[in-house]
Design a protein around this ligand. Structure first.
Ligand SMILES: CC(C)(COP(=O)(O)OP(=O)(O)OC[C@H]1O[C@@H](n2cnc3c(N)ncnc32)[C@H](O)[C@@H]1OP(=O)(O)O)[C@@H](O)C(=O)NCCC(=O)NCCS
Length: 181
């Protein structure tokens, strides 16, 4: 049976390695991983900015059957981040959450995940990949722009008054899969 989140599946996915050679693997989210990851994610980035409660975040990491797939990102076997993908979304998937814990930030981890996200969508002949980034999160905007994502629209007051979210898209049409790893 084709997964309802096709082409993203409830399996282990090797996504590459950090700059210093530690293995990065996506695994299906588990209650034990959610317990560790939720408070850590709640204390960083947009989740801290929006005051997400760790318990609510933990519950949201364990939802199933809503068209999104939830992974724990592991580094040498240790939970180190969260990846949530909604697929299909709009002629391609939507990266709902990409969160790398602070100890791993700046090590090439986000780059490896983004590359795997795009390669997986391209292999399934999807035309686009999508994501949102907060207007205040200029470091993450720079990260996504570096990899070819462009601004499609401002979503004013999406999460709360006074904060914009930015919808970004990368067109995959005409791109060739890079098999160099
Ligand atoms: C944004 C993020 C996924 C990038 O992953 P990463 O493994 O740190 O990134 P890489 O090492 O592959 O690339 C480095 C780039 O990531 C971005 N980045 C690094 N630390 C970051 C941080 N704390 N917050 C946001 N972006 C960051 C910068 O653009 C950096 O490029 P620079 O060297 O020119 O400053 C990761 O830093 C993160 O999860 N940050 C906190 C949560 C967040 O903002 N997530 C994105 C929500 S849309």
């Amino acid at each position: 049976m084709i997964a309802s989140t096709y082409p993203f599946t409830e399996e282990s996915h090797a996504v590459g390695a950090t700059g210093d050679g530690r293995a990065l693997v996506l695994l299906p989210m588990t209650p034990a991983a959610a317990t560790v990851l939720a408070p850590a994610i709640a204390s960083i980035g947009p989740w801290a900015h929006y005051n997400f409660a760790p318990a609510d975040l933990e519950a949201s990491l364990l939802v199933t059957g809503d068209g999104a797939i939830r992974y724990q990102l592991t580094c040498d076997g240790v939970p180190a981040g969260v990846v949530i993908i909604r697929s299909p979304w709009l002629a391609g998937p939507y990266l709902q959450i990409l969160a790398v814990l602070p100890a791993l930030q700046g090590t090439g981890t986000g780059t490896a995940v983004l590359k795997w996200y795009e390669t997986t969508a391209m292999a399934a002949r999807m035309r686009n990949v999508w994501l949102c980034v907060s207007g205040f999160n200029v470091d993450a905007q720079r990260f996504y722009e570096r990899y070819g994502y462009t601004l499609i629209g401002h979503l004013p007051d999406l999460m709360r008054d006074g904060d914009d979210e930015l919808l970004m898209r990368k067109s995959l049409a005409g791109l060739v899969i890079d098999a160099s790893g």
